[in-house]
Write a protein that binds this ligand. Structure first.
Ligand SMILES: *[C@@H]1O[C@H](CO)[C@@H](O)[C@H](O)[C@H]1NC(C)=O
Ligand SMILES: *[C@@H]1O[C@H](CO)[C@@H](O)[C@H](O)[C@H]1NC(C)=O
Length: 119
């Protein structure tokens, strides 16, 4: 059976490798992106760990992996680093951003995966 997708689930798009890409997050039936305001390595590490990587090595903005489509789901994300999803971090809240896709956030994760996950 296909895996269910839940609000707050994340994926990396258009990175050309499994460990990097534009951050996309699922909310209410669709995938969208994250604005790069306040985007930093701590926020990126939450994405990388949720996807089974050890950590983040880069937190990129300005659509470094190209502009996404769909809504900009989150903006001014400020994680402490222990959250399971960006959805659990402080932010403006769902769909409150007035950013454009030229500000889509991206990440580069370490290549080392965590043994409890399969990719
Ligand atoms: C993740 O990488 C950041 C930046 O290099 C580092 O400060 C932090 O300690 C790392 N965290 C872990 C759990 O390795
Ligand atoms: C991860 O692996 C890719 C392909 O082997 C390599 O190009 C990249 O530099 C590696 N990234 C890190 C953070 O080690």
């Amino acid at each position: 059976a296909p895996l269910a997708v839940n609000d707050g689930d994340m994926r990396l798009a258009d990175g050309g490798a499994t460990n990097q890409g534009r951050v996309e997050i699922f909310y209410r039936g669709q995938w969208g992106t994250v604005c790069d305001n306040l985007w930093d390595l701590t926020d990126a590490s939450v994405v990388c760990r949720a996807l089974g990587f050890e950590n983040a090595t880069q937190a990129l903005g300005r659509a470094a992996f190209g502009q996404g489509s769909g809504p900009i789901m989150l903006d001014e994300v400020q994680c402490t680093g222990t959250e399971a999803s960006l959805a659990d971090c402080k932010s403006l809240g769902w769909l409150k951003s007035n950013c454009r896709h030229e500000r889509d956030a991206g990440v580069v994760c370490t290549n080392e995966t965590r043994s409890t996950h399969t990719l």
